[in-house]
Ligand binder design. Structure first.
Ligand code: MCN
Ligand code: SMO
Length: 799
């Protein structure tokens, strides 16, 4: 399906991607795909260096145990082993233990940080707290030797009782994960006006509730994590080629942890087979491979096996909570409250407290709710950490809110579309609507997306068919989910991390342009979309633009890619830096034409005087500017500009998903009949890229709804560490999707663009769950747990 956005119509030749205008709004194919499809992308594990050796890690098989002794003698004795290190060896140059992975923000703006003892160290000292934790490091001449030698390291443990469930972890008598938090509570945050919420619940005609987990998921990038590090003792430069979403922040964090001066660390991240939120900080392996390279002065590589990857990579979601909604007799929502336990794992991960904080902002979704209150408690368990996974901030609040709206609609007897319509934030409250939990929504116009989705899916027809099919004993259901996304982090100051966008634009004397940008493409299509923004602003052919990313040696600054921030924030910086180039060009041309700058026009790559008597092309002006000599006296030569774009506010894209499914209550199978998405991310830079992002995210959301779940057994063994046990959806499990757009530009963004890269993962789970429960409603099932597997569906209808 081609998107039917207002930005582009199929008969608009200028936007067909085959020439002419390829700027903002053109659905041109992705520039990076040829390399990807012909096997020319280079991933970390493709790289080799002269004298390169390999690292392997000795990991705990126990989820919770004291380390008694580590005997490395058999490993050290091997000829092909270069070094074996234990916690006693791993020290900074000053003999101190290395730093821990720092947090990016406390759980709430004014709240204290959790105690530092619960931040993850690079290597376990005397106790391990989750399966897979690193106990020793082996460096050997090749990968197999390293793995074999790691197997020879003999660790004796005294095993301890473990706890893997957050609800059990806060119960009396649960094993303690960290002495620093005896009750296993790592942090807590609340938001909203509790008294107002309580009062609304007292008055409410109806209260609906859900006491359900939002299951723990694995982001599961297909490329396992890897790192190649090298150290040059003569320059003291440490170079990393890692799998990361945030090259510059990775550099800064490693500089703190090792410690080593930031300006002497280079991070050159090759292509990466997905991140999905899990690669937003250096991991213990990155720290240790870098540290070992500094000890040995030679290049070292490590690449996770699939099992190692799943044991160590951050998971996502992992919430268990109670959500309640107070509604009057007409279906107006009066208040919302929730009490959530958030499983943070054995160590508090870099972003998890901040993510808990961000979730509050999204709590009221698209609705004009008078009151809301939430309390969230981060709980320690003997499992690996939980941190960001695509849709992280929005997943829980939107899933629960949209499921509650369906329950309220059923209880009151109104249509699910109608209850939503009654509660939407009205357009006149925009721009900058403030929610009951204090978030500021930049712009929105919600009813048209809902209406378009209802129309395109044929909502009324499906309701009629549903009634007919029920008479035949068939169970068809229609599920609606409205969503918002808190996209595009900045503005700066909301966390302890910089969150501006960055771009440096350099024009060469031949008129070709190198655009360096601080975001970090790992599948999102930036090579195309960022180039489109520059092509648009500079009015030069896209072929003349080279995009540079993911490399601290070529991109002076950057924040990286997460929180669907690249289009809105770094894209804003590309626009601003490009505009500065054009401003300088106008002055150079004016000087050359001997007229005022105001008298120069720029169109289609040509600077000219109004009467057309004088003109210079963009490359001609570039040459003049770079060579100098023919420029104004008060101007320096060169044609380059940079911009730090620090947005005033976040951007809040939104939309509606509608899923139509048929459920067989006897087999528990779910089949998709239809799937319609209407998305509004403001101005689209590239509708084709946007559509791809929607498809991918929705596939992941369907994975959460129907298939995926991270499972630890009672002793803390990870039972879902392979693709055989963790059920990622396959192409045949994903329905054909129809996507449409409305366009409500962001009022403050230079391109009008809002982020959108996470929307599918946010909206698909509630849409699919609502569709299944709508289908089964005549059987009055218990609310379903996610994933809604055939067994769970069968049990819900047969108990
Ligand atoms: N875009 C656009 N017009 C808009 C908004 C976005 O053309 N109005 C384009 C952008 O220019 C960009 C893409 O769509 O090429 C996604 O943009 P954006 O919403 O800014 O998100 P980011 O580029 O910052 O990507 C981050 C987001 C997140 S947070 C996760 S998690 C995620 C996702 O992207 N991980 C992904 N999509 C992924 N896609 C792939 N293939 N792999 C991942 O790991
Ligand atoms: S979970 Mo995405 O990298 O913010």
């Amino acid at each position: 399906m081609r998107p039917a956005g207002r930005l582009r119509t199929d008969d608009d030749e200028s936007a067909d991607g085959t020439g002419g205008n390829v700027g903002i709004g053109s659905p041109i194919p992705r520039r990076e795909d040829e390399a990807a499809l012909t096997g020319r992308m280079r991933f970390t594990d493709d790289l080799t260096e002269p004298r390169m050796a390999y690292v392997s890690f000795v990991r705990s098989q126990y989820a919770h145990a004291d380390i008694d002794a580590v005997d490395t003698s058999a490993a050290t004795a091997r000829d092909d082993v270069i070094a074996v290190y234990t916690a006693d060896d791993v020290r900074s140059a000053d003999g101190e233990p290395l730093g821990r992975i720092p947090l990016r923000a406390p759980p709430f703006p004014d709240a204290p940080y959790p105690p530092e003892e619960i931040y993850q160290p690079a290597i376990a000292t005397d106790r391990v707290r989750h399966q897979g934790e690193i106990v020793a490091v082996v460096v050997a001449t090749d990968r197999y030797a390293a793995a074999d030698a790691a197997g020879l390291v003999d660790v004796s443990y005294d095993s301890l009782d473990s706890v893997v469930d957050p609800v059990e972890a806060v119960a009396d008598g649960a094993p303690t994960v960290h002495e620093a938090c005896p009750d296993n509570r790592a942090f807590e945050g609340t938001v909203g006006d509790r008294a107002a919420v309580e009062a609304a619940f007292e008055e409410a005609a109806h209260v609906v509730s859900l006491e359900k987990p939002n299951q723990r998921l694995a982001p599961f990038p297909l490329e396992p994590r890897a790192v190649l590090a090298d150290y040059d003792p003569s320059t003291e430069h440490l170079t990393f080629r890692p799998t990361t979403q945030i090259p510059h922040a990775y550099r800064r964090l490693l500089s703190q942890i090792l410690p080593h001066p930031e300006n002497k660390i280079d991070v050159v991240a090759p292509s990466m087979g997905g991140g999905f939120g899990a690669r937003q900080h250096p991991y213990p392996e990155d720290v240790l491979v870098g540290w070992c390279a500094m000890q040995l002065g030679r290049p070292l590589k490590w690449r996770a096996t699939r099992i190692e990857n799943q044991e160590m990579e951050n998971d996502g979601r992992g919430y268990d909570g109670t959500w309640e909604m107070a509604v009057d007799e007409d279906g107006n929502v009066l208040a919302l409250r929730s009490e959530i336990l958030y499983d943070v794992g054995a160590w508090v991960a870099r972003a998890s407290p901040a993510l808990a904080q961000h979730s509050f902002d999204v709590m009221t979704g698209q609705y004009d709710l008078p009151a809301a209150h939430c309390r969230i408690t981060g709980v320690l368990t003997n499992t690996s950490r939980v941190d960001a996974y695509r849709g992280v901030t929005e997943s829980d609040p939107i899933l629960m809110l949209e499921r509650l709206l369906d329950r309220a609609a059923r209880e009151i007897g109104v249509d699910p579309a109608e209850i939503r319509r009654r509660n939407l934030v009205p357009p006149e409250k925009f721009p900058y609507y403030e929610t009951a939990t204090g978030a500021i929504l930049d712009s929105g116009d919600y009813e048209p997306t809902l209406d378009l989705a209802l129309e395109r899916v044929g909502y009324d027809e499906w309701r009629d068919r549903q009634a007919d099919l029920r008479e035949e004993g068939r169970y068809v259901g229609i599920g609606i989910a409205n969503w918002v996304e808190k996209a595009g982090l900045g503005p700066s100051g909301t966390t302890d991390e910089p969150t501006w966008g960055y771009s440096h634009v350099q024009v060469h004397p031949n008129g070709e342009v190198t655009v360096a940008v601080g975001c970090s493409n790992h599948g999102q299509g930036h090579e195309t979309t960022m180039s489109q923004i520059a092509a648009d602003r500079l009015d030069v052919p896209i072929e003349d633009i080279e995009l540079v990313q993911n490399d601290t040696t070529r991109v002076p600054q950057g924040v990286g890619t997460y929180a669907a921030r690249s289009a809105a924030v770094d894209g804003g910086a590309v626009a601003q830096a490009s505009e500065r180039i054009v401003e300088k060009c106008l002055r150079v041309a004016a000087h050359s034409f001997d007229v005022d700058t105001d008298a120069v026009e720029y169109a289609d790559g040509v600077f000219s005087t109004a009467d057309g008597s004088e003109s210079l092309t963009f490359p001609e002006v570039a040459k003049l500017a770079v060579l100098g000599g023919h420029i104004p006296d008060d101007m320096q030569p060169g044609l380059e500009a940079h911009a730090y774009y620090d947005p005033e506010e976040l951007t809040w894209p939104f939309g509606t998903h509608i899923a139509v499914v048929e459920v067989d209550p006897e087999s528990g199978e779910v089949e998709f009949e239809d799937y319609v998405i209407v998305e509004d991310c403001g101005t689209q830079i590239n509708p084709l890229v946007v559509e791809g992002q929607i498809h991918g995210g929705t596939a992941q959301g369907i994975g959460q709804a129907l298939y995926e779940e991270v499972h630890y057994d009672g002793s803390g063994n990870l039972a879902t560490a392979s693709l055989q046990d963790y059920a990622l959806p396959k192409a045949t499990h994903v329905p054909r999707m129809e996507t449409h757009h409305t366009v409500t530009p962001s009022p403050h963004n230079p391109n009008g663009a809002k982020g959108m890269g996470e929307s599918g993962t946010i909206a698909a789970p509630p849409a699919v769950l609502n569709a299944i429960e709508d289908a089964l409603s005549p059987l009055d099932p218990d609310p379903l747990d996610l994933p809604a597997t055939p067994e769970r569906i069968w049990r819900a209808t047969h108990d």
